[in-house]
Ligand binder design. Structure first.
Ligand code: ADP
Ligand code: MG
Length: 570
């Protein structure tokens, strides 16, 4: 018996004690693994002419046995050998990170749902309904089959096994029914059919199940008037899923729930998408696109492992799982599918990049996302603010990393915290509310909105009637500076350079004060030495009680930016 790694064990405990109420998703997870396994082999067959696959091998079979209380999901995919069984089913990929993930930034315990979602611990979900799981597998191209058996509690055993062909059977021994929990419901044709339809309808391989049928026998020639129709019961293998790609269907004919289930099962999320966009284009460029804005931020969004891209299909065949060229980086959080008959199969990365059709589709996709976001911003501000919380950073970073080029697409989608209105505003809202004599868009940068709001320099600009955007995210100032201006209004950091806000009287008073105190300033500069470039009178602060003095930076880089740069790895 081999023991589960600590992290796996914790997760299994969660699964078995089933805090996660939606236990029926186990079937979706096992089918999606089977589909992945068939994909892997199928991809090989595209590039390796030695790999020849029959239609039967590109299918997934689901079976149940009422007496033995088992459900079996089988595929003829790539399969696993002993090492792979050990590696893939004995541990969780991100070993050691569970502790980290169970606590979120605020130090609250994440719910089981979060954990399950973050890890995509698909396979383990079997233990929500099974007291024992047996996996029998044979790796494609290898001779020995092997098995993995576990009751989910302490560990698992790996042994030699028999299996004729390559592929995998996952056999679940269902838990016994208790008063509150019935597992027997899964041992029925209609229940399994319902689950396959609900969660796996668009899996691109046929999901087959033996189903019972009844037919009425033809009336015999010699039957008398008192003949009662005779029925015959028989079984038949039926493909349960429709496989008609959901993106081909009209939006009006698909329910929200269908879209949501498709999104969750295909993109391994556990939260419904925030928005669904469906595009059907015909004419010069014929394609279908189905795009989703996720309802939450993927935990790896800003890690180097995150891969953007849309799935690319041609003639219903997946030719690329994540085609990066279809999405600009700043919309890299969007998930979805693009299907076009016009693209040739076996297209290489090289040719894709130069494919004008693909570039044209990418442009339309970008436009569609932009207009959907603008629509949400205008019509459903709460939802938009939720979106911005998750993905606003991508937009700001997009402007910065393109040296302001992306501003034409993104700037009106930005939100910043307004010190005057005490809520998030768009740049348009800021500009519209500007006073007649206001020439610039003022902002302050730091690490918390609360602290920025209390800055004397912010207060003094507010006192003059001008609003100040409080920028608490590190990328904010970089973003504003790379835009340089919005609607011909320059961005100005309230704590950098001379704001030129003082009246003539104030200027005169300052000059007089400077003269009177020349000796004092010279002494202060002497005392501070290299730490400052100069000591002078400021008209910046309107309330001396709040602060008699302030530190500012001259030149293009504010103190906050200097801090940011200082903390950057070089
Ligand atoms: P994920 O599918 O997100 O990788 P799972 O927990 O669902 O995570 O599965 C873990 C791993 O086990 C898979 O990545 C795969 O390598 C392997 N696996 C699971 N089921 C199968 C299967 N039917 N055929 C081949 N490999 C499988
Ligand atoms: Mg999986």
């Amino acid at each position: 018996m081999r023991k589960f790694k600590t992290e796996s064990k914790k997760l299994l405990d969660l699964m078995i004690n089933s805090i996660y109420t939606n236990r029926e998703i186990f079937l979706r997870e096992l089918i999606s693994n089977a589909s992945d396994a068939v994909d892997k082999l199928y991809f090989r067959s595209l590039t390796d002419s030695d790999v020849q696959l029959s239609a039967d091998e590109l299918a997934i079979d689901v079976a149940f046995d009422k007496d033995a209380r088992t459900i079996t999901v089988s595929d003829s995919g790539i399969g696993m050998n002993k090492d792979e069984l050990e590696k893939n089913l004995g541990t969780i990929a991100h070993s050691g990170s569970l502790d980290f993930k169970t606590e979120n930034a605020e130090g609250e315990q994440a719910s089981a749902v979060d954990i399950i979602g973050q890890f995509g611990v698909g396979f383990y979900s079997a233990f929500m309904v099974a007291k024992k799981v047996v996996v029998v597998s044979k790796r494609y191209g290898e001779d020995e089959a092997c098995s993995w058996t576990s009751d989910g509690v302490e560990g698992y055993t790996i042994a030699d096994a028999e299996r004729e062909n390559h592929g995998t059977d996952v056999i679940l021994y269902l838990k016994d029914d208790a008063d509150e929990d019935s597992y027997s419901e899964f041992l029925s044709e209609w229940k399994l059919r319902e689950l396959i339809k609900k969660y796996s309808n668009y899996v691109r391989y046929p999901i087959r199940m033996e189903v019972s049928k009844t037919r009425t026998l033809p009336k015999p020639e010699d039957a008398g008037d008192d003949y009662t129709p005779q029925h015959e019961h028989y079984t038949e293998i039926e493909t349960i899923n429709s496989m008609v790609p959901i993106w081909k269907r009209k939006k009006s004919e698909v329910t929200d729930e269908e879209y949501n289930e498709f999104y969750k099962s295909d993109f391994h999320d556990f939260v419904d998408p925030l928005r669904t966009m469906s595009v059907h284009a015909e004419g010069m460029l014929t394609y279908d696109a189905l795009l989703f804005i996720p309802g939450r931020q993927p935990y790896d969004l800003f890690s180097p492992d995150y891969k953007k891209g849309l799935a690319l299909y041609s003639s219903n065949v997946l030719i690329m799982e994540k085609c990066e060229d279809l999405l600009p980086d700043y919309f890299g959080f969007v998930r979805g599918v693009v299907a076009s008959e016009d693209l040739t199969l076996n297209i290489s990365r090289e040719t894709l990049q130069h494919n004008t059709q693909l570039r044209a589709i990418a442009k339309k996709v970008e436009k569609k996302i932009k207009s959907e976001l603008a629509d949400m911003r205008d019509k459903d501000r709460d939802a938009y603010e939720g979106f911005f919380k998750n993905f606003g950073r991508n937009l700001k970073f997009g402007i910065y990393s393109t040296y302001g080029q992306a501003a034409s697409t993104l700037s009106d989608l930005l939100l910043f915290y307004s010190a005057k209105q005490e809520k998030l505003v768009t740049l348009d809202e800021y500009v519209d509310a500007m006073l007649a004599d206001q020439e610039a868009i003022y902002y302050a940068a730091g690490n918390s909105v609360e602290r920025l709001a209390k800055l004397p320099v912010v207060q003094s600009v507010l006192d003059r009637g001008f609003d100040v955007l409080l920028c608490a995210e590190d990328v904010d100032e970089l973003c504003l500076q790379s835009m340089f201006q919005y609607k011909e209004k320059e961005f100005k950091n309230v704590s950098g350079g001379n704001l030129g806000l003082e009246t003539e009287d104030e200027k005169a008073a300052a000059e007089a004060a400077a003269k009177d105190n020349e000796a004092l300033f010279a002494a202060m500069k002497d005392a501070l030495g290299e730490k400052v470039t100069k000591v002078s009178v400021s008209t910046r602060l309107t309330t001396a009680e709040a602060a008699p003095a302030c530190i500012t930076a001259e030149g293009p880089v504010s103190l906050e930016m200097e801090k940011l740069f200082a903390g950057m790895p070089v």
